[in-house]
Design a protein around this ligand. Structure first.
Ligand SMILES: Nc1ncnc2c1ncn2[C@@H]1O[C@H](COP(=O)(O)OP(=O)(O)OP(=O)(O)O)[C@@H](O)[C@H]1O
Ligand SMILES: [Mg+2]
Length: 336
């Protein structure tokens, strides 16, 4: 093997670019074959194949994670929250359509090497739209968990308010990280870009941010990092922006079956007698996944502290009712 190849190999290792690493290994194999050392060439090719297979099954080579422990450094510190979530999509209650689309995304990401071999790239940019508490943040976390990737979260509204006038520059730093460090990036409160457009003090800043985000969305991303943008208000998003996403996934309040599914999951071993479920039905109406979860948690906590083995349907109905009341009050207060 030539020094040139060794240098290139080390370089791709340092950069964390596994695709490049494997493709150089194949070049070395080809060179060995040309020089008549077919046995070594075959060994190399088999190893590369093995590495690719492991990528495809999502099992990292050597049983350890390939993603370096990445924490935002320097100026990004304090802007970006990083986490290594353990969640999975299986722990979420989702419609068949949404589950199917997320599963396809995970598969494309896991087998991105195979796609790239054929000149294709996996889905990377997704817009998650829906009312509060319907699972957008949870989805980002579950995708990071499924893919064994770090989750980096930026709240755009916080970025605007803290770094007025410098937001576009701060975003640039983030986008550079997207290109360098493979991960799941959640741009939360994405509508902040659209929402501030009417504000006369903000016009120049918003233009800069919008242009910066539009340009970023067009940049090729060799790490295939996932970029997820979440918003409650799709209606105020710039159309030019919305068009740049590979996929738009809509979240909504759960239907009765999904609502019961969420509660059942959260009750865990504190089961409810099968015949009691029917009486719960009406109390579920209009509550988000998050509110249902909170109500279930409240009764579970009571049951634990009271030493009860089961929860009573009355307690659950009451907890749900409390949530409904809270929601009603809150809505009136903010005048919706
Ligand atoms: N589809 C779901 N399946 C199971 N639990 C869910 C689901 N959606 C939400 N939850 C529960 O609600 C909590 C809050 O959900 P999440 O933070 O994902 O909402 P969100 O859509 O990001 O809301 P917001 O717009 O307010 O940020 C989750 O931590 C989880 O406990
Ligand atoms: Mg959220």
């Amino acid at each position: 093997m030539s020094t040139k190849h060794l240098l290139a190999l080390l370089n791709s290792h340092v950069e964390g670019d596994e695709e490049q690493f494997l493709s150089i290994a194949l070049q070395v194999a080809a060179q060995e074959a040309r020089q008549g050392r077919t046995e070594d060439a075959d060994k190399l090719k088999r190893l590369v194949q093995k590495a690719r297979d492991q990528q495809r099954t999502g099992r990292p080579a050597g049983g350890q994670t390939l993603v370096p422990l990445a924490r935002p450094r320097g100026e990004l510190q304090g802007l970006v929250e990083s986490a290594y979530p353990k969640g999975t999509l299986a722990s979420m209650v989702l419609s068949d359509d949404v589950r199917g689309r997320l599963a396809r995304l995970v598969r494309q990401q896991q087998e991105r090497a195979a796609l790239r071999d054929h000149g294709q790239t996996p889905t990377t940019h997704m817009l998650l739209v829906g009312p509060p508490g319907t699972g957008k943040t949870m989805t980002a976390s579950a995708l990071a968990g499924e893919l064994h990737l770090p989750l980096f979260t930026v709240r755009l509204e916080a970025l605007f308010s803290r770094f007025f006038g410098e937001t576009a520059g701060k975003l640039r730093l983030l986008f550079d990280q997207v290109a360098q460090t493979r991960g799941v990036y959640l741009l939360d409160e994405f509508d902040a870009i659209g929402a501030r457009r009417g504000d006369p003090n903000d016009v120049g800043e918003i233009r800069r941010v919008l242009n910066s985000v539009l340009a970023f969305m067009e940049e090729p991303n060799s790490t295939d990092s996932l970029v997820l943008a979440a918003t409650n208000h799709v209606e105020i998003l710039d159309e030019a922006l919305a068009r740049r996403f590979d996929e738009v996934i809509e979240y909504g309040l759960p239907d009765p079956a999904a609502a019961l599914g969420i509660i059942e999951r959260r009750l865990g071993k504190f089961k409810l007698a099968a015949r009691s479920w029917e009486s719960i039905g009406p109390a579920l109406d209009g509550l988000s996944q998050a509110e249902l979860g909170r109500a279930a948690d409240a009764v579970v906590k009571d049951a634990i502290l009271e030493g009860a083995a089961k929860i009573s349907p009355d307690a659950l109905r009451q907890a749900l009712q409390n949530r409904q009341t809270l929601k009603g009050k809150f809505r009136r207060q903010i005048g919706r």
